[in-house]
Design a protein around this ligand. Sequence first.
Ligand code: ME8
Length: 644
Amino acid sequence: MNKFYVTTPIYYVTAKPHLGTLYTTVLADVINRWQQIQGKETFFLTGTDEHGQKIAMAADKAGKSPKEFTDSFIDAYKDTWKEFEIDYSHFIRTTDEYHVKAIQQWLQKLIDKGDIYKSSYNGWYCTPCETFLSDKETEGAPEDKSQDGPACPSCSRGTQYIEEECYFFKLSKYQDRLLDFYKSHPDFIFPQERGNEVVSFVESGLKDLCMSRTTVKWGIPFPGDEQHVAYVWADALNNYITAIGYLQEGKQAEFEKWWPANVQVMGKDIVRFHAVIWPAFLMASDLPLPEHLLVHGWIKVGDQKMSKSLGNVMDPRFLYQEYGPDAVRYFLTTQMAITQDSPFSLQDLEGRINSDLANEMGNLLNRMVTLAKRGGLDLVSVPADWSEASLKLQADAQKMVKDVQDYLDTYSLHMAYAEVKRFVAAVNAYFHAQEPWKLVKSDPTKFAEVISATAHSLYVIGVMYWPVMPDKMQALLSAIGVEFSIEKNSLASLRGAWDKSFTLEQVPVLFKKIERKKVSEEVKVVEKKEEVKESGIIDIKDFMKVNLVVGTIESAEAVEGSDKLLKLQVNCGDKGVRQIFAGVKKFYEPEALVGKQAVFVVNLKPRKIMGMESQGMMLFAEKEDGGLSFISPGAQVPNGSALR
Ligand code: ME8
């Protein structure tokens, strides 16, 4: 099969994209490009999920119609993907007309088949996840249904009780077929541990799924019963087939060409939807199931998942401007282990840029080209003989390519690229051991051989890293005279003996070393004092606008690169755990603040500090000596207590 179809989830457009959504999308892009250099014809789908209660509520809060609201974020998604070289084939929006029509036809098909029936639903619902909780998940729910219900097992937020007429999908009917499928396809889900969780969930028993809502108006009208709109996941999951022509006139051949998907990439929050409901929908539609699901862990900030609702998201734009797209793509692909949750920090990102990219790779290219040119070697030809060390390097390159291929067959991206990184280190070791700076005078033949082996190695590195860093690897390859194209420089071009000639060009600065200074400047910009408004008398209404609460500082750490800032995690009770920056490094050791109650403003517009959000302000009193002292209540009070 020479085709490859890869998808990302379609993201809820309640805000601009963030580092978490970028992570998934970069992984899918790397997979897509990897397939391209293997000579496959590929289709890469991404897009946005635009219906449902969550979007309707967010739009309402913003004072916009749902469509106006979702429209306002689309450019931000498309621009960010463009900046990060995300080469998608199609961007689907679930408000697209072809999708809406296909969903209505699909629902009708299932109604006709008897897989959808009308009844009524009552139970607890999590709006942020757009999920109905199972019986097991609602054990211990409050008697009083008007209260917030049990915490959602996925996002830990409160749930609401709903009671309404709805259409059900006979999910329970597919329980045995699903279990048989998992058994006969043990590699359906990568990594496999995530598959085990799914099997035990299905084994514990599936209930039929509510497929429509009457209390939500923002959705696809249910065929034949316009009081109902399609449940948002019933609408969203099918994007993977409507985008390639499912149930659209004249598109059957295109649909059959691409479906089933080879791999569908997602975070672990939505694995149940994709590994249980989605396959059951496909079974009911008599369609084949996707080959694989690739399920990755969270990008975390401290102990928390990075998420729009927690407000701790890192803005991809900041990373793009500060570090460039390829370095960020490199970091996300190679440093985040797909199997686990991984913390993200700018310090780690800068560390990798400086050591892996600027030192190891950039310097190697630079030193090789500079030295070769100094030795008069603008054209590097194939030597008559390869030394033992060069043959060893060549064998190492072949092995590395094979190992990468094996790892990528199971979508172990971070493991695969760890092999390329190891090879870069091996080439550096070879280059230094050969001491070409001495050979340039003493043994020009050997010198030319070392340069050729290094140029061949850089060629292999350039092609192998192209899926991760398309722009920088094209620059690397053109420095050794290779105009990159997928057809000419595919994986196949790396196999066989080393027989290439290279024309050495001027070396670009591939990756600039990051000076910590740069980050401090950023901090200074953010720290710049807001203009103080002319002081004057205010009335009580003005005072009441400021939401002051007591919170407990759960953790505190110094912000590296800043001589002023401490980063605090503050438990503000029902106002949540807030990340708040305070410019008091000079006055307090971080440990001295941990466990203390203090006063915080919690309705300030969030500010970006080093790309992270500060979600409030800690209050201090000025001391006589110019120092600052925090303000605490006279007695221990519950977190979130208001000041009046
Ligand atoms: O769930 N770390 O949309 P969504 C890693 N519309 N990945 C993260 C992340 C983090 N901190 N935060 C988000 C939806 N993601 C539905 C999907 S598909 C038919 C419908 C990524 O906007 C990750 O891929 O909440 C996660 O699964 C997805 O964003 C959730 O995006």
